[in-house]
Design a protein around this ligand. Structure first.
Ligand code: CA
Length: 273
């Protein structure tokens, strides 16, 4: 038996126990209100969507919420997970069905409705179409959680002073209005070769998803917002500002100072000879 089969087996036991509870509830209701009333009162059976959530990055995923929405309305009754905090989390979400007897009131889904699952508040693609579940109301739906974004493109220096071409300088990627350093990535090489980096969503420390690229300590353009998937984004940046020209009269005094400065600055200060 594979791991997946054993998980589905567990769901199956869960299902049996729920069915048993439902049957007990039905019997109790029958005893109280009589058979004819119960026939009208049986609510439509919810649908249980179950399967696996795999992360695009292969990193563990902590599932804190699953919601099933139809036309942006949440019809989730409950959800559960197995093997949470792993790269492949098994889940089960129970989604309410519409009661056809209450026309004008939508209690849940009907056949052919488009159901969008939200995991940790993030919409999952593809969507799930409300189809015919099995006799017990179960339907399997495996999907990938989008937690990685790839950015790639060329790097161009628009106004260079200390660098004639981009030459393999690292790219610092910041989030949250330039305050959180996500990571430092090596580019591929020169400007023509560009860069190609993958950014996992787990790197973000806050809910903000704005993102900036810094090269040679300069803010590159354009800035962007982290979105899972593949994105071509050609970066442009100015190399650092040219050192201020030193007037001739000041050079003698500065030449002494320059002896201390040369070697610790990123670019040299003119030394009088
Ligand atoms: Ca209804």
């Amino acid at each position: 038996m594979t791991n997946l089969e054993s998980k589905i087996g567990l769901f199956s036991r869960l299902r049996q126990s729920r069915l048993a509870k439902s049957l007990l509830g039905l019997m109790a209701a029958t005893a109280i209100v009589g058979y004819a009333k119960v026939a009208d009162a049986v609510p439509p059976m919810p649908v249980n969507i179950y399967g696996t959530i795999s992360t695009a990055s292969g990193d563990p995923l902590d599932v804190s919420s699953i919601e099933a929405k139809i036309n942006n309305v949440d019809y989730t009754q409950e959800f559960t997970t197995i093997d949470n905090n792993s790269p492949v989390v098994s889940y089960l979400v129970t989604v309410l069905s519409d009661d056809p007897e209450t026309t004008g009131v939508i209690e849940g889904g009907v056949k052919d409705d488009i159901v969008t699952l939200y995991v940790n508040g993030k919409a999952i693609t593809p969507t799930w179409t409300w189809n015919d579940p099995d006799d017990d109301g179960y339907a399997q739906f495996n999907f990938t959680y989008p937690d990685v974004a790839r950015y790639f493109g060329t790097i161009t220096i628009s106004n260079y002073f200390n660098l004639p071409v981009h030459a393999g300088l690292p790219i610092d990627v910041y989030a949250n209005n330039n305050t959180d350093l996500l990571s430092i990535y090596p580019p591929l090489g020169t400007d023509e070769e560009g860069y190609d980096i993958s950014i996992n969503e787990s790197l973000f420390e806050t809910a903000a998803r704005d993102m900036t690229f810094h090269i040679d300590d300069q803010l590159a353009s354009p800035t962007t917002t982290w979105t899972p998937g593949e994105h071509e984004l050609n970066l442009t940046y100015n190399s650092r500002t040219k050192p201020v020209e030193v007037p001739a009269a000041d050079r003698i005094g500065l030449s002494i100072l320059a002896g201390f400065v040369v070697g610790i600055g990123a670019y040299s200060v003119a030394r009088k000879r």
